[in-house]
Design a binder for this molecule. Structure first.
Ligand code: PBG
Length: 344
């Protein structure tokens, strides 16, 4: 007859089923969980992106990124001091360029005293021990919001590459340690490497945005740098199709052959499979870009009380490590660093 009540004699023989292997034994205590932990997030994994604006002693909130601010150069120096004090190895700088300084060529990118260059010089002078990463792309400087030069409705590749290589050199001359081409033009890594080497900047590293997808997760960032409303059309003719994975391997092969020191996958969270494939295939230092959209999703849900923001943040960050990333560019960097230090 059918036995609907849970008598002890109705218990399944789990020892027989599992062959006495009990996965939960290792999970019983905190010390045991710590002992068998496979991946760890440390301060050394973090790259902290900040937005820079004109002015002095100015700090303005980015509405679509609660908790993130744009800093004038003097306050960017303070942020660098905070990074140093927290033990964050690298700061990434993004300029919010005034619309009046934008044109269809993105000429301001080549101005050696533009916002980014001034920020590099001042931060390097005050806090030389923090690494500085700068983005190489024209979108913060173009009136059309594209990463390259626009001609008759097309982003033209080779002419864009020559401007980008000069932009990278201007940044290196201002003292940045790592240039990060995020434009996705063909051949830009090699052109930047040649230009830097020829000018005596052989020590400047290149993080290639290798697998950068045409993504909806950049929305808040475009807001933060002020290029959102400027963008005409989309970036699908140069950024990758989210449906593709093999193509990321071919991009990586090229970037590595052209001289990339590290490769990056962007966005991060929806592309953990790409991080794993690139890491397994090439064994290169691999960076995950935890984008603005990934940041704001958590912040928005946490603000509504729908999830625990700090726990969701730490879970996202360890997921990058588990997927094979060596480091993570994340707006969460200072908060994660504080939690990591408190738990030490
Ligand atoms: C620009 C650039 C973008 C980001 C970094 N560099 C935006 C874009 O390609 O439109 C996105 C960063 C983020 O969403 O956090 N070349």
């Amino acid at each position: 007859s059918m036995n609907l009540s849970f008598h002890s004699d109705a218990l399944p023989d789990v020892d027989r089923i599992t062959g006495r292997r009990r996965m939960r034994r290792n999970r019983r205590t905190d010390w045991s969980r710590r002992l068998i932990r496979e991946n760890r997030l440390t301060l050394d994994d973090l790259i902290w992106p900040i937005f820079v604006i004109e002015g002095e002693n100015k700090c303005e909130a980015v509405p679509s990124m609660p908790g993130v601010e744009r800093f004038s150069v003097d306050l960017a120096v303070k942020a660098a001091e905070r990074a140093r004090n927290l033990g964050i190895p690298v700061l990434a700088l993004f300029p919010n360029t005034h619309p009046e300084k934008r044109d269809d060529q993105g000429s301001e990118a080549l101005n050696e005293s533009n916002l980014i260059c001034r920020a590099c010089r001042e931060i390097k002078a005050a806090v030389p021990e923090v690494g500085l990463l700068t983005d190489v792309a024209l979108d913060p400087y173009t009136s059309h919001g594209h990463d390259g030069l626009l001609r008759e409705g097309e982003i033209i590749n080779d002419e864009s590459v020559s401007v980008l290589a000069r932009q990278a050199l201007v940044q290196a001359q201002a003292g940045c340690d790592i240039v990060a081409p995020s434009d996705m033009m063909d051949g830009r890594v090699g052109a930047i490497r040649e230009t830097l080497d020829a000018a005596g900047y052989g020590h400047v590293q290149i993080v290639a945005y290798t697998a950068k997808y045409a993504s909806a997760f950049y929305g808040p960032f475009r807001d933060a740098v002020g290029s959102g409303t400027m963008l005409s059309g989309d970036k699908k003719t140069y950024q990758m199709d989210p449906a593709n994975s093999d193509e990321a391997l071919r991009e990586a092969e090229l970037d590595i052959a052209e001289g990339a020191d590290m490769i990056m996958v962007k966005p991060g969270l929806p592309y953990l499979d790409i991080i794993r494939r690139l890491k397994d295939t090439f064994g290169m230092p691999t960076v995950a870009y935890n984008t603005s959209g990934e940041y704001s999703m958590i912040e928005a849900a946490a603000a509504n009380g729908w999830l625990d923001g700090d726990r969701a943040m730490m879970e996202q960050l360890i997921a990058f490590k588990r997927a094979g990333a060596d480091s993570i560019l994340t707006y969460f960097a200072p908060r994660a660093a504080e939690i990591l230090r408190a738990n030490r």
